[in-house]
Design a protein around this ligand. Sequence first.
Ligand code: URA
Length: 434
Amino acid sequence: MAFSAVQLIEMKRDGRELSPEAIEWLIAAYTAGDLPDYQMAAMSMAVFLNGMTAAELAAWTSAMLHSGEVLDLSSIAAAKVDKHSTGGVGDKISIALAPLVASVGVVVPMMSGRGLGHTGGTLDKLETVPGFTTGLDPERFRDVLATNGLVLAGQSETLVPADRKLYSLRDATATVPSLPLISSSIMSKKLAEGLDGLVLDVKTGSGAFMQDLDGSRLLARTMVDIGSRHGVTTVALITWMGQPLGREVGNANEMRESIDVLRGNGPADVLELTLAIAEVMLELAGIDGGREALIEAINSGKALQKLIDVVVAQGGDPAYVEDPSLLPMCSYQEVIIAPDSGYVARCDALTIGVAATRLGAGRERKEDTVDPGVGITLEAKVGDRVEAGQALARVHFNDPARWEAQEKSLASAWSIEEIPPPAQPLVLERIDQT
Ligand code: URA
């Protein structure tokens, strides 16, 4: 049945509910190129302003999911579990997490994204290893997964083509931060992976999409409900993204720090979050052993070996994992200095993420390229004691003009107070399906 796009836009504009058939038609017509960008942009803005009912969200997600191929991984008998983060600064968790849980028996078909705006992307970090390819066709994706119990890839061209078009359009029309559009975009891609279980790391705080806890809770609950309605056991952890995770921000820097985690030398917050998510992934896969098995996999070198195996399987040079000092570095280094003595009360994720992006570590537009060596090493984070003149951060860059443009803004990321700030838990809440 054909609908009138103008009528559907009018209905949504005026707060009326669209039928599942209308939504199915709209997404199919847009994917096929029969509905122009300007009409979908108007529809996205109407959704942004008026939201969606639960029935609309279910129909929208399902139409997106079925706009392309849905992977069939049923030939792999074990439970397939993935993790998705809503994105943050210094969020390198996937790089150590995926080989860690795979090394204890979880099958992980991990599909990740690229950095956009102030948030980094797992693919850009993995690709700092020369030769490592993340663009795998479905056949190679299945092969690497079947052999290694793990694959680290980008979103395949054939999965959810509607989202590829719609996400770019939303990016250009200020309609990204809409709860139904974010949740349907993320969940349609995850559901197309043929998973049995999914752990969502929903960030909250200055570096997150949803900066307040209530918004993050609602996003988490919405995505958990979508997952469970589609038969994928889904659990969300709400985690703090007020400051960057770990001590490193930037692609090669974060790759090096992830390898440190697998060697047992990672920073405490990255290890804590990795283990918290890993435990839930084990639970969803029905694998016993919990935290002890995970720590044993790190201590024995089994988890690091799994990363090396998958790097080799995807064409990367394992020498760069064995000796991370080979990963790209920059020509210049400068330091941000503490103006006063005291305790770090703020080390702002958004300010640091924006500065890292503008120094060259990220993309402001999709077509930008990243400089793999650019990064920021955080020498002082929330709660740390610092003395005036001490380094708060070391900044690695290749373009001095960019450093000059970012220095002042980056320095504003830190606040120093006389008394230590209250302790801030990293994992705030767990949301299960009802
Ligand atoms: N990530 C996605 O994949 N989609 C969104 O809409 C937002 C973040």
